[in-house]
Design a protein around this ligand. Structure first.
Ligand code: DGJ
Length: 747
């Protein structure tokens, strides 16, 4: 498997026994065991004597000759028969106790299926057994087939040699001559061996309160992480991590983790099966999905990425960040650093004018901003959220000569120009809706429920897809636009696609997202230097699917710098700081009226991609000087923050005074430690923070980020070992204060 030019060099081994199967024979004569090994991870699966594909192992690396699947230790070293378990009782038939790698819904299965299908004659029994396999490049493909019907599934596996991250997906094919209704399809099903001490970590929240960390014991009570919103949503993110109670923390212990690369309604279920094994299944959300698979047709799932580490939640997220930076985010390791941006939304809301934006641009340029972004309100009749969406033509009252004069001005000030769009939506009060009322998701004769006064265009329709692509293409071609902030501000209701035959209407959940990806991919292809920010009322559509087309993401509309530390802590469990944008905005903050200093706001926002969203018209000279100082300081560390390794030294919490994060450059030459004090207690000084990730043998000179002096008595220079073992801290006092130490290698 190659992706963006990098090769997956990991080992994929198919250990062959003598195999003789066809779609109807369920007892192969030998054993076949497959292994994927990479970066300290082994993943193995094998075919048992009844022809089921069984998960065998996922964890720390095993010896290359280890007898995986052996039932007789005397025969270790040879590929031997895997014996399928038999019935345990009348209530535990063989079909339910066999741990299948990708089970069909049939034969008494009582855990989550990989695939659930209804055949044209009403048969709902689906039993998938091994049929064949092949290795293409570095991808293993294993074909399963139903025991009687010509319905096949190809499972795809690859492993990244740098991080051990697996990529799994599935394709179902109807080889028969009547349609087969697919009611549920997983990208992958993962299995962990039976234990009672697993803990599931997941992320949840709501608008302006995304990325909250939760944990729950894994038990036979199924836990479902899902979205039924049409998009990823703020509620559950399609990411999970499973550790072991008492053994796993930030720095230690086993973690199995994964994320589904899908931006629509999804479902990930986690629970123990009837024998205590943990089953993790993830794919399209079946709640309103069905796909009538025509004869000869195939249906592909998205990719489910998953990894393992024994280094705790910190090592899990660092490996996953590295993987995303190399293989998911556009341009991979060659991606540009995030420019410092200014965004007008919190300053002006819909009151956008050429003169007003020029005034802000002049001020933004003074503090070192590199990209100036005009947010909502520049187009159509957009004076509020009640009108204009869908009409992507410049509002001539606000911009009498179009966008060109403003863009020229922004560029003359040395900045790139960026623009907000929300292309998937339409206001009822818009020319587009008046012309095409049939273009929205709807059920004829039913209400069209508005959210934020808008309806969702049905991107699944090819005419709508082409229209949106053409409008955006023209917008970018006719104006010198370097960056689009792509917003999406509501959930689906009445998700109808009435133009389709009845059996195909529920394809909308998949077809919509695929067309969204098509538009993004095609726009990027036509405009290779265009950058895109994924936004959905803040962080409502962030996942590995949209990240393949997005250079950065808008993490949350909550820009309070203290709340934001919690949000960033949650976000980085799953996704890389490389894409995580954070703005410095006004104080008191709109979200919670908290008052904070400009210094604190900058120190919080500098822990991701730095932006400024304050109303610069209200700033005094001293504010400009403070901001210019921090922007210049940020530019000296942003490569480390954005492309380095993140160590969450002390996570922010409601109860704890001090939190700290540390970013270390991939080459180990620079480290940055952010120390943030929520509020002082008593007369205590904060205790020492211990940096991580530095090279113990290397000499580092330390300085304060910005122009502050080092705490009294602190040495200027010492080894990485010294800093990490002795620790350090700034003597912070008060509420909402912070400091950052920069470690630069001396040699
Ligand atoms: C929601 C986004 O998250 C905000 O940043 C802003 O762009 C508004 N939409 C504009 O309507």
């Amino acid at each position: 498997m190659t992706r963006r030019g990098s090769t997956w060099l990991a080992t994929i081994v198919a250990v062959m026994g003598s195999v003789s199967v066809d779609a109807k024979v369920t007892a192969p004569a030998g054993a076949t065991v497959f292994r994927l090994d990479g970066a300290g991870v082994t993943y193995a699966l094998g075919v048992d004597d009844k022809g089921y594909l069984e998960p065998l192992y996922w964890g720390p690396p095993l010896g290359t000759k280890d007898p995986l699947g052996t039932i007789d230790p005397a025969r270790s070293g040879e590929p031997v028969l895997l014996k399928a378990p038999g019935e345990l009782s009348g209530f535990d038939p063989a079909g339910s106790v066999t741990p299948q790698e990708y089970p069909g819904q049939g034969e008494g299965l009582v855990s989550e299926p990989g695939l659930k299908a209804v055949f044209a004659d009403g048969n709902r029994d689906l039993v998938l057994k091994y049929r064949s396999h092949r290795v293409e490049g570095e991808t293993l493909l294993v074909e399963l087939a139903d025991i009687h019907r010509p319905l096949t599934v190809v499972l795809r596996y690859a492993i990244d040699p740098e991080t051990g991250v697996l990529a799994r997906s599935a394709t179902v094919r109807n080889g028969g001559d009547s349609p087969v209704r697919i009611d549920q399809i997983a990208a992958a099903v993962f299995t962990l061996s039976a234990r009672d001490d697993y803990t599931l970590h997941y992320l949840t929240g709501r608008h302006a309160a995304e990325w909250q960390k939760k944990r729950i014991a894994v038990t036979p009570a199924l836990t479902v992480l899902e979205s039924r919103r049409g998009s990823t949503g703020h509620g559950n993110n399609p990411w999970f991590a499973i550790g072991r109670d008492g053994a796993t923390d930030e720095d230690h212990g086993p973690v199995w983790y994964g994320a589904l690369a899908w931006s629509g309604s999804f479902r990930i279920s986690v629970g123990q099966d009837n024998l205590g094994r943990v089953r993790i299944a993830g794919g399209f959300n079946p709640y309103d999905f069905s796909w009538s698979l025509k004869p000869g047709e195939t249906l592909d799932t998205p990719t489910f990425y998953a990894g393992y580490t024994d280094g705790g939640m910190g090592a899990a997220s660092r490996a996953f960040h590295r993987f995303q930076m190399a293989h998911v985010i556009p341009h991979g390791d060659r991606a540009k650093l995030r420019p410092v941006l200014y965004n007008s939304w919190e300053a002006t809301a819909f009151d956008v004018t050429e003169r007003g934006q020029e005034a802000l641009a002049e001020k933004a340029a003074r503090i070192g901003v590199e990209r100036f972004v005009v947010d909502d309100g520049w187009f159509g009749a957009r004076d509020s959220d009640r009108a204009g969406l869908g009409d992507w033509t410049v509002n001539r009252t606000k911009f009498p000569d179009g966008l060109k004069p403003l863009i020229d001005k922004v560029k003359s000030l040395g900045m790139e120009f960026g623009l907000w769009v929300e292309p998937e939506m339409v206001n009822v009060d818009s020319d587009l809706y008046r012309a095409h009322p049939d273009w929205v998701l709807n059920f004829p004769g039913r209400p069209r429920t508005e959210g934020r006064n808008q309806l969702v265009l049905n991107l699944a329709r090819s005419d709508v897809r082409d229209h949106v692509l053409n409008v955006l293409d023209r917008l970018v071609r006719d104006n010198d636009i370097a960056f689009l902030k792509w917003d999406y501000n509501r959930n689906w209701t009445e998700a109808g696609w009435p133009e389709m035959p009845l059996a195909d209407q529920q394809r909308v959940h998949v077809a919509y997202v695929r067309n969204l990806y098509h538009i993004l991919a095609e726009l990027r292809r036509r405009h290779p230097s265009l950058e895109i920010e994924a936004c959905s009322g803040g962080g409502g559509r962030i996942d590995l699917g949209i990240l393949a087309y997005s250079d950065q993401v808008w993490t949350s509309d909550n820009t309070d710098p203290a709340d934001r530390l919690m949000i960033q802590d949650g976000f980085t469990q799953a996704y890389a700081p490389a894409v995580m944008m954070a703005w410095v905005t006004d104080s008191p903050n709109w979200a919670n009226t908290r008052v904070t200093s400009l210094d604190y706001r900058f120190l919080s926002a500098m822990q991701g991609g730095l932006g400024i969203g304050a109303n610069l018209n209200h700033w005094q000279d001293a504010d400009f000087a403070t901001a210019a100082k921090w922007v210049a300081a940020y530019k000296t560390i942003r490569a480390t923050v954005q492309r380095g390794r993140l160590y969450r030294i002390a996570p922010p919490s409601r109860d704890d005074g001090t939190s700290a994060t540390m970013y270390v450059a991939a080459d180990g030459r620079q480290g940055v430690l952010f120390q943030m004090l929520h509020s002082s207690m008593w007369r205590d000084n904060p205790s020492a923070l211990h940096p991580q990730g530095l090279d113990p043998a290397r000499l580092y000179r330390v300085r304060m980020l910005g122009d502050g002096a080092l705490p009294e008595g602190m040495p200027r220079q010492a080894s990485g070992a010294f800093w990490m073992n002795i620790g350090l801290c700034a003597p912070l006092k008060g509420d909402f204060v912070g400091a950052a130490f920069v470690f630069n290698a001396v040699d």
